[in-house]
Design a protein. Structure first.
Length: 517
């Protein structure tokens, strides 16, 4: 499914398996796969297929794709598992896999180093009682994603708003990603917007009689620049046959039987190596608390034009930077963010293994990607307890406890600072304790502190500023609780104090006796 393949750079693409494909493969040869694990090479002049090998551990489910840059063949498994395999093109056997955890990848295509996939996500747009067996293949569940084939991690670009897309093929010269709708539905040739995922119907695929095809398993450009397709399902006209497509009219010309009863994947084993003269950087972001705020992001490069670009980005609204006029292999770029107050940023993307930015070195043209995650920081609320004693000779324990309560804690909060209540302890005069909260970005979070279990009696609670504390992301807060201890009863004195008291009492008695004599 590739005329060129690109990974929209979620992270460094590391080839899981590198091969040197045989020079005996002709320029106008495609590889084809089916759900029974068969891998064949197909002559585009005759349609005849030559068996390469068969994977018996899992079906070569819905698509295969070859990366001409790393010389790696991939296949997606959808057999109760969701794994992206690397395939030995000499034997057809899996050499390893990564799990992607999504769904069936029905179309796969590299553009430069970025791997685009279309998938059917049956849970999207459905209620909690959704039964996958009832899935109708509606357009609300068909998406375009970008996948890192070294990790299986993906970034969702957007819905295609079409029936399932069973194949992708990129025209590097025209800069157009083509797709085909099929899977039992009438087959249409579509163009797919790589920035939004939305697909636009171009023409129906018809045979020379005008009858529309009903089951196309995949499409792919061959080295000769012709767009080819293959019939997917047995029972349709010419099952397992290869055909060419007139992009302008949608009319297909059947070439010949590949020997497989049904084809689900096509790919070009001899990518033409043409790299786009432009480098594109798709940047998306995610707030841990779904904050919709716009944040400023900047792409800075060492060469090319422009050297620096700045724009704003919000969650669910990715932006695409484009750089041109650079020497291939000499382009270094970096994406940074003006991190919003109260959040910590982490970056996923680039080839520098650094999560403080998305940075790339020695780039060729193509598509690269960066995901910026903004995690909500905790706000510390510091509470100080101060005792005021009416009698300085009174020596209490200074022990007290308090409870704190917060309203409107951040949505989608996880971990420390996500609770809405807790306890504090004070053991000195003064003494300080703290609690942490992750505030709501929209209305803020209101917290209050109430004393409980004060150890010494005779206490008046004076006014404090620990009620209705309002905090927002990036804030800090502090308050003080004052207590006055009332002196009640006779204090305990030392023997020196008792002696002084006795002398004072004696003096009072003497004065009284003289006065009344």
């Amino acid at each position: 499914m590739n005329k060129r393949i690109v990974f929209l750079g979620i992270s460094t693409l590391v080839a899981a398996f590198v091969i040197s494909h045989s020079s005996s493969i002709l320029a106008d040869t495609l590889w084809a796969g089916d759900q029974n694990g068969n891998l064949i090479s197909v002559d585009t002049n005759t349609g005849a297929g030559i068996p390469v090998g068969q994977e018996t551990e899992f079906p070569l489910s819905t698509e295969i794709e070859f990366d001409p840059i790393t010389q790696t063949l991939y296949s997606d498994e959808f057999n109760g598992f969701t794994n992206l395999h690397t395939i030995d093109p000499a034997t057809g056997q899996s050499t390893g896999f990564v799990s992607h955890g999504c769904c069936a990848y029905t179309g796969m295509e590299f553009v430069g180093t970025t791997l685009y996939v279309t998938n059917i996500d049956p849970g999207m747009g459905k209620g909690p009682e959704f039964d996958p067996s009832d899935f109708d293949g509606g357009p609300t569940a068909i998406f375009l994603d970008v996948v890192d084939p070294s990790t299986g991690m993906s970034v969702r670009i957007g819905p295609t708003n079409t029936p399932p897309i069973s194949g992708l093929a990129y025209d590097a010269d025209a800069g157009i990603m083509y797709g085909v709708t099929a899977g039992g539905a009438p087959a249409d040739l579509v163009s797919v917007n790589l920035d939004t995922g939305n697909a636009t119907t171009l023409v129906p695929l018809t045979d020379v009689t005008g009858a529309q095809l009903g089951a196309v398993g995949s499409i792919e450009f061959a080295q000769n620049g012709v767009l080819y397709g293959a019939v997917a399902m047995a029972g349709n006209i010419n099952p397992g046959w290869l055909f060419s497509i007139d992009i302008g009219t949608g009319v297909v010309t059947f070439i010949g039987d590949t020997g497989l009863p049904s084809i689900t994947g096509l790919t070009n084993p001899d990518g033409d190596g043409v790299i786009s003269e432009f480098a594109r950087f798709l940047v998306s972001k995610d707030f841990s608390d779904d904050n919709p705020a716009e944040v400023e992001v900047t792409l800075t490069c060492n060469t090319g034009l422009p050297l620096q670009q700045t724009t704003t980005i919000a969650e669910g609204d990715p932006v695409n930077f484009v750089v041109g006029d650079f020497e291939q292999g000499e382009l270094n770029c970096e994406v940074t963010e003006n991190v919003p107050l109260g959040y910590t940023a982490s970056y996923l993307g680039g080839n520098d293994d650094n999560d403080t930015t998305c940075a790339w070195e020695n780039l060729l043209g193509g598509q690269y990607g960066c995901v910026i995650n903004n995690d909500l920081d905790e706000v510390e609320i510091e509470v100080t307890k101060v005792w005021i004693d009416e009698n300085p000779q009174f020596s209490p324990s200074n022990v007290a406890e308090a409870e704190w309560f917060c309203q409107n804690v951040a949505n989608d909060c996880d971990g420390l600072g996500c609770n809405n209540s807790g306890e504090l302890g004070f053991y000195g005069n003064p003494d300080t304790d703290s609690f942490f909260v992750r505030p709501d970005w929209e209305d803020g979070t209101t917290c209050s502190v109430v004393e409980v279990n004060i150890a010494d009696g005779g206490v008046e609670v004076d006014d404090s500023d620990c009620q209705q504390i309002l905090v927002f992301p990036g804030d800090s807060a502090a308050c003080t609780i004052f207590n006055t201890r009332l002196f009640e009863g006779i204090p305990t004195l030392s023997h020196y104090g008792l002696g002084i008291l006795a002398l004072l009492m004696l003096g009072v008695a003497l004065v009284a006796s003289r006065r009344f004599v």
